[in-house]
Design a protein around this ligand. Structure first.
Ligand SMILES: O=P(O)(O)OC[C@@H](O)[C@@H](O)c1c[nH]c2ccccc12
Length: 266
């Protein structure tokens, strides 16, 4: 692992909590729903592939949403989400493995487990279709990518710059997310994706993560090469408990349809 010193205090505290959490008992074995298949279905149906994130709160959120996570997840699928991302981190994001388990039972789309998995034991907590591995935070990415696949997970490797992209590719990652949020200052810059995307080989499934809040942002990331978009805050809308999650999802999913573009430009 790289040194923690250049990380924001909130991120250091997240990592400390992750190191203290224990792994599961036994080894998880998953029969995963394919993300590439789900993305292809969305494209065929003329929908922007949006991975909507159930994130009750976060160190940068305006508040906390206490709604039932299963209801939120269903509302996202109703709005056309192609897949879901579910935070299972309990101390800073209000997530839980139980919420993910219940959501995965309730929906048909692929579900990503969003957490700070640092070792193999950390994988054996709950079944999910995809598992996040953050390049910056793990020592032996190649081994963890293989370990995730052995369990049936599709590993999604998160990177923030070109060096991390090289590490991810060398580790055999086939699904890569570029996080627009910098973990040092916790600031978002969509140029991050734009600078890394051209270096990503075509056969990799490429996801733009964080800071996507409008149909315009969606189009900008798609033009830069995103196969899918991972969106949390703009859909959860943490400040308001009764914000319409279905509608928030739909306006991003429809960002490339003619009607959506026309309404905005007129
Ligand atoms: O809420 P946003 O800006 O739409 O971002 C979603 C997602 O990318 C973000 O929650 C995230 C990206 N990488 C992570 C790693 C752990 C926890 C959370 C994240």
């Amino acid at each position: 692992m790289n040194s923690d010193t250049e990380l924001a205090p909130a991120v250091q505290s997240i990592l400390e909590a992750a190191r203290e959490r224990s792994g599961g008992e036994g080894v998880v074995s998953v029969d995963a729903r394919s993300l590439p298949d789900a993305l292809a279905d969305a494209e065929a149906a003329g929908r922007v592939p949006v991975i909507a994130e159930v994130k009750p709160t976060s160190p940068t959120a305006d508040g906390t949403r206490d709604d039932d996570p299963v209801e939120l997840a269903q509302a996202m699928v109703d709005g056309g989400a192609t897949a879901l991302s579910v935070l299972t981190e309990p101390t800073h994001f209000g997530g839980s493995p139980e919420a993910l388990e219940r959501i995965r039972e309730a929906v048909d789309v692929p579900v990503l487990r969003k957490d700070f998995v640092l070792d193999e034991a950390g994988m054996d907590v709950v079944e999910a279709d995809l598992l996040l591995l953050i390049a910056r935070f793990v020592d032996d990415l190649e081994r963890l990518v293989a370990a995730a696949r052995e369990r049936g997970f599709q590993p999604l490797v998160e990177v923030h710059d070109r060096d991390e992209l090289e590490t991810a590719l060398a580790a055999g990652a086939e699904i890569i997310g570029v996080n627009n949020r910098d973990l040092g200052r916790l600031e978002v810059d969509l140029e991050t994706f734009e600078s890394v995307a051209p270096e990503v080989p075509d056969d990799v499934t490429l996801i733009a993560e964080s800071g996507i809040s409008s149909p315009e942002d969606v189009r900008r990331m798609r033009e830069a090469g995103a196969d899918a978009l991972l969106v949390g805050s703009a859909i959860m809308d943490h400040g308001t408990d009764d914000s319409d999650v279905t509608e928030n999802t739909r306006r991003l999913v429809e960002a490339e349809s003619d009607a959506a573009t026309e309404t905005e430009t007129t």
